[in-house]
Design a protein around this ligand. Sequence first.
Ligand SMILES: [Zn+2]
Length: 247
Amino acid sequence: MTESSTGRLRPMPEDWRRALAVVAHPDDLEYGCAAAVAAWTDAGREVVYVLATRGEAGIDTLDPAVCGPLREREQRASAAAVGVSRVEFLDHRDGVIEYGTALRRDIAAAVRRHRPELVITLNHRDTWGGVAWNTPDHVAVGRATLDAAADAGNRWIFPDLAEQGLEPWNGVRWVAVAGSATPTHAVEAGPGLERAVRSLLEHRTYIEALTDEDPETYAREFLTSTATAVGERYGGKPAVAFELFGR
Ligand SMILES: [Zn+2]
């Protein structure tokens, strides 16, 4: 094991007001870091969610035309459970999101709209660690988000954005990647854990299609065991881990 996968995690920076979370699918943030979001909104910080898709290809038994609007509703309820009232969808197609300039431009536009100091995304690497393969959507959106944090500050990369009134925003100080196999920082999960369970439970249709377990038991056990495992590297306190990229 390398030092980065076993060492003590540092506390996340706290000197910021606005965060923008950009992920591929409904439920990515709820599996990844909703307890941290709950703690942040409790402290009066503003967090906005941007989703590249509506997760319309996520449930085998549901046609995408039915699934998309349903999962959008579940995502909005899920965000509200942790104090997030603004949820936007970029309308990329679930399962086949393409990494490239179109995606970077859409995310850079969102960064300029919301002007965050902290940007959050989900694991952009090929695996979750070891041989657990990641999905191409997460890889594409994670990488494009890391790139777009810088693109948003450059007037000349996507000049049409400024023509639409979206002036450059070069104020992103960090991009925090949830679900990384090599985390560096953490946020205490305890205070937000119960709301994180509520937040994940709002994805009830997805969870019921995924498991025969009672949804609440499933959500609580998943989030508690993940937070407890992270806590072993955070002074024994249940926590949410991030890999923090400074700018
Ligand atoms: Zn996902």
